[in-house]
Design a protein around this ligand. Structure first.
Ligand SMILES: Cc1ncc(COP(=O)(O)O)c(C=O)c1O
Length: 418
């Protein structure tokens, strides 16, 4: 009986069965082999091993393979974690230095070198990096900040953390980046900063925007490694921010960075992200990254160029196969290179129906942006954002997609007359 009770969570974890099917299987196995496996719990709660004394365990493993085949779904995004990453994080854990120390400093230096900037300050997320970047630019609640409407709410949150007013800008319907003409129309003397995301991995018209003479925060959360005129994005604005969330191009699980060529801006960010041991009092934050996170980031950074190459080659496959079926993203303008954080197709048919069908087929396609910001704020006058939102779908693209996954996705898109 003890084995039966202890076995339940392990059977479930092993096989990932639905409640009823795993229950039935469990009872069947118990009946057939009656209490013939032993569970040893060793000191650490995460380390369990089976002692195999008959064939019940191999049987279960076999069944779990069948089960996995039946229930396999292709996630929309997935981190690319390998054994080197595991070793890097374990080494940091074993060192005992698990808060912010040398690994964070090394990660800051290596990201800044990769982008071609003087320095970086690691943060707890892309959202906190955006908040600190606006604070470092001395944006206050009296100011306005221009941001696109077709972007995740993290960007609007950063403006609201300051108490500043967001000025929403429409996007260009082909690139899905900020529409510079709409930006120019909406600039007033109150606009103290522009946040420019390089949407889904494709560089925005960054030189035209920096040429407007207003401080620019380049948001590279989705675009690390993309280039504009052979220079990495993130090296054009006054300050740039990155996200290393689990599903980003490289990850630290949660994490972010502010990078810049300005020592003054970097100094402000470094001061504000940590509240402890300060001479004076101002409101500061605990927005720090840990060495555990940074060691994962350092390990991932070694493979960043490889990740981008794989993304580009999958994108090329999609483009070749789907170009006659639906509108595809602009691959790259002559002066900019996409990294395909997302591969976005534009449908002629309804998006909701397509998404439902994709999930039924075990492929998790998503809207690239859940809801445009102007819809949350009950604003109108964003025709390009509206039409893209009605038509755009993001199909899975990441380095661990298998050949079979890629074929399944292509066949699915073709089959549902997009
Ligand atoms: C363009 C953009 N900026 C900022 C963020 C916020 O990053 P984080 O989730 O690390 O807070 C995201 C997250 O997806 C993003 O896509």
């Amino acid at each position: 009986m003890l084995y039966f009770v202890l076995g339940i969570p392990l059977y479930k974890g092993f096989c990932n069965f639905s409640d009823s099917s795993f229950h039935a299987l469990h009872c069947l196995t118990i009946l057939v082999f009656s209490k013939t496996y032993i569970l040893h719990g060793i000191a650490s709660p995460s380390l369990y091993t089976y002692s195999k004394i008959d064939v019940s365990l191999p049987l279960l493993m076999l069944l779990s393979v069948f089960n996995e085949k039946k229930e396999a779904i292709i996630p929309h995004s997935k981190p690319t974690i390998n054994e080197e990453d595991v070793v890097a994080v374990s080494n940091t854990l074993r060192s005992g230095n698990i808060a912010q120390r040398e690994m964070v400093e090394k990660f800051e230096r290596e990201i800044a070198n990769y982008i071609g900037l003087k320095g970086g300050v690691a943060t707890s997320s892309g959202s906190t990096a955006l908040h600190l970047a606006l604070l470092a630019l001395d944006v206050t609640k009296k100011d306005a900040v221009a941001i696109p409407s077709y972007v995740c709410t993290a960007v609007l949150n950063a403006v609201n953390y300051i108490g500043a007013s967001p000025v929403l800008i429409d996007i260009h319907p082909d690139t899905l980046n900020l529409d510079v003409e709409d930006l120019k129309r909406k600039l007033t003397r109150h606009v103290r900063a522009i946040i420019v995301p390089h949407a889904f991995g494709l560089p925005a018209d960054i030189e035209e925007i920096t040429g407007l003479g207003i401080p620019v925060v380049e948001d590279c959360a989705q675009s690390i490694g993309a280039t504009y005129k052979n220079k990495k994005v993130g090296s054009f604005g006054n300050v740039s921010v990155f996200s290393f969330y689990a599903t980003k191009v490289i990850t630290t699980s949660e994490g972010g960075m502010v990078a810049s060529n300005s020592n003054e801006l970097l100094g402000k960010v470094r001061d504000l992200k940590d509240y402890d041991n300060k001479e004076n009092y101002i409101t500061r934050y605990n927005y720090k990254m840990t060495d555990i996170q940074a060691s994962l980031g350092l390990s991932q950074l070694k493979r960043l160029n490889q990740f981008i190459e794989i993304r580009r080659s999958i994108a090329q496959r999609y483009t070749d196969e789907l170009k006659d079926f639906c509108a595809l993203p602009i691959n790259h303008k002559s002066d900019s290179k996409h990294i395909y954080y997302r591969y976005i197709i534009k449908l002629r048919r309804d998006v909701e129906g397509f998404l439902k069908l994709s999930k039924e087929k075990g492929i998790n396609c998503e809207r690239p942006i859940f809801k445009p910001l102007h819809k949350y704020l009950n604003l109108s006058g964003f025709p390009n954002t509206d039409s893209v939102w009605k038509r755009a779908v993001s199909i899975p693209i990441y380095p661990t997609l298998t050949e079979e996954n890629i074929k399944t996705i292509i066949e699915f898109v073709k089959s549902c007359k997009p």
